[in-house]
Write a protein that binds this ligand. Structure first.
Ligand code: ZN
Length: 425
């Protein structure tokens, strides 16, 4: 299997599972993830206070349907787990169509699609169906049945810590609470798993922490219980919607000029593809919690087409067909490049700062002109020598010179080799 197939394959395996912010769907998903990476599964008991919130009751579901008066199933959870309002309380009742309609959710503007709806914090029951399905329902009585439980239990999340040479951390977080929806966010989960798999093989300067958490309540709970660890987080990314064909969109951290923001922009600018960088807004995924004022962590959000901006968002059309294996692989490859910059950025000192050193003598001066690539390399060497006064990092030099980080890094390596440069930090 190649990388694209592996990325898509994991999405395919996780797709049928009915997940929510708690319950066996999340546990089952984490068990599948454990076949790829040694993620630790943690449980937090219902009622545990986490800042201004508390861990909700645990929700599980077996079966759900609506039958018409002839006993025919007109809506069935077995056909799509989006058919049930996620977190529905159990129900077993016969109701008239007018009453039933108060519990039905459709998308009149996208009449073929089933919407995805949740009711985590208000106990209610309901069904989601295509508007076309709703239009076909005749007057009469309907038997509604949801075999679900909403009980004291626990909320589950997965965590993987990869230890590097320093305790300073890079946080990678994705939400794991959506049922059969692909871009939002099985794509984020699959890309995170494969990024972790890659990092597990590497000799790393930084430590990496991967979180597979239910949206909002998961990050609030993690922050509440790991406040002491947050100071170590030097870089962070929330991954979501990374499998569609759209260009990459990066939403900056609240700080706006955090090193992670600069690095992502550097990597995206260095690729030949179009991309968009947006400012922070206090709406979106778990970066909302990581960037809340008391934490203000350097955590941005890495996406392709942002949530709410693709028509399939939160509908049954956010399915396997929407996934572009090439886009998944591209998202992963960009993240590896971002990690590459995080790992190899550094600050150096020019050991021959009085005028330019004699590069020709050291085999670093290209005597033949006209080769564009070597001219760029030459220029990169001059930039590194000029700005390596102990206060500019390679990232600073790349930004100021407009030369890619990769090329600046190579120039620094060449200068290190001939003892013209010394690492400061
Ligand atoms: Zn969502």
């Amino acid at each position: 299997m190649n990388q694209e197939e592996r990325l898509f394959g994991l999405i395919e395996e996780l797709y049928p599972i009915c997940r929510s912010i708690s319950g066996d769907g999340v546990r089952k998903s984490l068990q599948i993830i454990q076949k790829h990476i040694p993620v630790q599964v943690q449980e937090l008991l219902t009622g545990t206070p986490v800042f201004d919130w508390s861990i909700p009751k645990e929700w599980n579901i077996k079966e759900a349907w609506i039958k018409n008066s002839k006993g025919e199933k007109v809506v069935d959870f077995d056909d799509s787990n989006l058919h049930v309002l996620n977190y529905s309380v159990p129900v077993d009742q016969v109701v008239a169509l007018e009453e039933l309609k108060n519990h039905l959710y459709t998308l009149p503007d996208q009449p073929d699609l089933i919407p995805y709806r949740t009711s985590y914090y208000k106990e209610d029951w309901g069904f989601c169906l295509s508007h076309n399905q709703l239009m076909q329902l005749e007057e009469g009585d309907y038997h509604v049945y949801i075999d679900a439980t909403l009980l004291e239990g626990s909320m589950t999340h997965g965590e993987l810590y990869i230890e590097g040479h320093t305790p300073d951390e890079v946080l990678i977080s994705c939400h794991i609470c959506h049922p059969s929806l692909c871009n939002d966010n099985l794509s984020g989960i699959s890309v995170a798993v494969h990024l972790a798999q890659y990092l597990l093989q590497e000799d790393l300067k930084y430590s990496y922490r991967f979180l597979f958490i239910p949206g909002t309540i998961g990050s609030i709970a993690w922050l509440a219980r790991n406040e002491d660890k947050t100071e170590r987080i030097k870089y962070g990314l929330v991954l979501s919607c990374v499998g569609d064909a759209g260009q990459i969109t990066y939403k900056k951290s609240r700080r706006g000029r955090a090193e992670i923001d600069r690095i992502v922009e550097q990597v995206l600018a260095g690729s030949a593809e179009s991309y968009e960088v947006r400012d922070f807004t206090p709406y979106g995924y778990d970066e909302r919690q990581f960037c809340s004022p008391a934490f203000d962590l350097p955590v941005g959000c890495f996406m392709r087409t942002p949530f709410g901006e693709f028509p399939e968002y939160h509908t049954s059309a956010d399915n396997l067909e929407l996934m572009e294996p090439e886009a998944l692989a591209d998202s992963l490859s960009k993240l590896k490049s971002i990690v590459g910059v995080i790992e190899s950025n550094g600050t150096y000192l020019n050991l021959n700062p009085k005028c330019e050193p004699n590069l020709g003598r050291r085999g670093l001066y290209k005597l033949t002109g006209g080769d564009t690539e070597s001219e760029i390399n030459q220029l990169a060497i001059l930039w590194v020598l000029n700005l390596s006064d102990g206060s500019h990092s390679l990232l600073d030099i790349a930004e100021r010179s407009g030369i890619s980080f990769q090329t600046i890094r190579q120039a620094a390596d060449a200068l290190l080799e001939v003892d013209l440069l010394k690492k400061v930090r």
